[in-house]
Design a protein around this ligand. Structure first.
Ligand SMILES: Cc1cc2nc3c(=O)[nH]c(=O)nc-3n(C[C@H](O)[C@H](O)[C@H](O)COP(=O)(O)OP(=O)(O)OC[C@H]3O[C@@H](n4cnc5c(N)ncnc54)[C@H](O)[C@@H]3O)c2cc1C
Length: 472
């Protein structure tokens, strides 16, 4: 008996491709996923630490409560229990003083933030009031005024450099992966409105308790296998062959050709145009231009000490090169570890590191950890490793934001997914999962399915009454 299910090829096994594959297979499509590398997960992946044989994430990835699609994806593959929900965020001020940010669980959003802001001891009362006023203004203006960047807007609003350094940059650089002088005001508004002000639980942070590689292999790949998705690892797609009338086939790097009804291209923006043959490129000139979209680097400094250097499982360091510090497994177990106690320091928008030697970066980071955590002063550093992804995230400028393509293309059976496509989100796991789900909805519509009664994209967190009234 012939298989009448729509046959869909997904190219790229990052979160965008994986979420598209899951959504399509769950709705009865015959899906095959092609990933050039051995490991799934793309930029949100892991490497094997030679010293211990352990899988270590290239860089710590965290999600927030507002990431409804990423969290729903984790639930669907059974991985949600492998995420730890963090409700109190620890900040270490420039003088080493600790502040705990723990918004109210009963005051309506965005008032729930007020008491938590009061406890940020590295900001004066006057600074907190001034920040609160600017946040309220940001929430009320939907149409962004003509400011080249959020940095420019903040200066125009009279936010002094100390406030910018201690508050605005701290939040925005880690959420957007980019400097405030390059990121748009709209991207900043998205972070503060959706990530903090719109709903009480939006700010909560979800940290994986297992390496990302295990999350893909033990949960995602297993679930995809159960619902019949064929995953082809180490199978690079060399060319997507077709005309403006439609894609005919995939040319694989091993020389073979594969034909499907629909094709979802879920590779990074710099690679997507290169995979299209000349006739397809001619049909999508805007995509070719997008390959020039600017990107920002993110670095992770991995350090293994001979002992625990802090009782905290995470901390945000204010006014330092080191932005976020994550301790691996500190809350789960105590005692001896053969490989040492692993800490990871995340530095977003890390362009300034390019000219520095790794030993020099490690020395600076170690000094900052010693200043923040007294126990680090007596600890021996067993080894360290600096991992930088130079094209970690696209830069969310106002100009490029307007050019992000939708998941449908002028070619009827070709669809796009990836954090860089139009989702309204910055380059995040949420943006990637959303894009995959939007691409899946578009494929199903093209295949004649009605998705209006069974939408794939999960809704945003519901806004409380006060947030609905205050936020435009
Ligand atoms: C260092 C770093 C830290 C980050 N921190 C966070 C964070 O804390 N929170 C957060 O939400 N986001 C974070 N991000 C962003 C997040 O990782 C990305 O937005 C997301 O993973 C992008 O997923 P994607 O599927 O769109 O693209 P990718 O992950 O890039 O996936 C694309 C896939 O396509 C494959 N591919 C490429 N060419 C081919 C080909 N020819 N044939 C077949 N396959 C191909 C690639 O191997 C890859 O697996 C971070 C990113 C980096 C790099």
């Amino acid at each position: 008996m012939s298989d009448s299910r729509p046959r869909v090829a997904v190219v790229g096994g990052g979160l965008a491709g994986l979420s598209a594959a899951l959504a399509l297979a769950e709705r009865g499509c015959a899906v095959e996923l092609f990933e050039s590398k051995r490991n799934l997960g793309g930029r949100a992946g892991s490497f094997v630490d030679k010293a211990t044989g352990e899988a270590i994430d290239h860089c710590q990835h965290v999600a927030m409560g507002c990431c409804t699609n990423y969290l729903d994806f984790c639930r669907r593959v059974g991985a949600f229990e492998s995420l730890r929900r963090v409700r109190t965020l620890h900040f270490i001020g420039p003088d080493g003083e600790r502040s705990d940010f723990s918004p109210s669980r009963w005051l309506p959003a965005p008032l729930h933030l007020a008491a938590a802001m009061r406890r940020l001891r590295f900001l004066s009362l006057r600074e907190r009031i001034s920040i609160g006023r600017a946040l309220a203004k940001l929430a009320r203006q939907r149409a962004a005024p003509a400011a080249k960047s959020v940095g420019e807007w903040l200066r125009r609003e009279g936010q002094p450099p100390r406030q910018i350094e201690r508050f605005w940059s701290v939040v925005l650089v880690s959420a957007l992966g980019e400097e405030i002088e390059r990121a748009s005001l709209a991207a900043a508004r998205k972070v503060f409105v959706d990530g903090f002000m719109a709903a009480r639980e939006a700010y909560e942070v979800y940290v994986p308790t297992i390496p990302l590689a295990a999350l893909y292999d033990e949960f995602v790949a297993r679930r995809l296998g159960e619902i019949g998705v064929a995953i082809h690892r180490e199978t690079a797609v060399e060319r997507i062959v077709g005309t403006s009338m439609g894609v005919d086939s995939l040319a694989l790097r091993d020389g073979s050709r594969r034909t499907f009804d629909h094709y979802v291209l879920a590779v990074p923006w710099s690679i997507a145009p290169k995979l299209l043959d000349d006739r397809l490129r001619a049909a999508m000139p805007h995509l070719v231009r997008l390959s020039e979209m600017p990107a920002a680097p993110i670095s992770a400094v991995h350090l293994w000490f001979d002992r625990a250097i802090s009782p905290l499982d995470h901390a945000v360091l204010i006014g330092k090169l080191s932005q976020w510090v994550f301790a691996h497994g500190v809350s789960r177990e105590n005692g001896e570890r053969p490989g040492g106690w692993h800490y990871q320091v995340v530095i977003s928008a890390s362009r300034s590191l390019a000219a520095r030697r790794n030993e020099d970066i490690v020395a600076t980071v170690r000094g900052e950890l010693e200043a923040a955590f007294p126990a680090a002063r007596g600890a021996a550093l067993l080894r360290a490793r600096v991992v930088t992804d130079r094209d970690a995230v696209f830069t969310p400028t106002a100009d490029w934001e307007a050019m992000r393509p939708t998941q449908t293309t002028p070619v009827p059976n070709l669809f796009l997914a990836g954090d860089w496509t139009a989702t309204g989100w910055p380059a995040t796991m949420e943006g990637a999962v959303r894009s995959g789900r939007l691409a899946a909805e578009a494929v199903l519509c093209k295949a004649g399915r009605d998705v209006t009664h069974d939408p794939i994209v999960a809704p945003d967190l519901p806004r409380g009454w006060l947030a609905r009234w205050l936020i435009k």
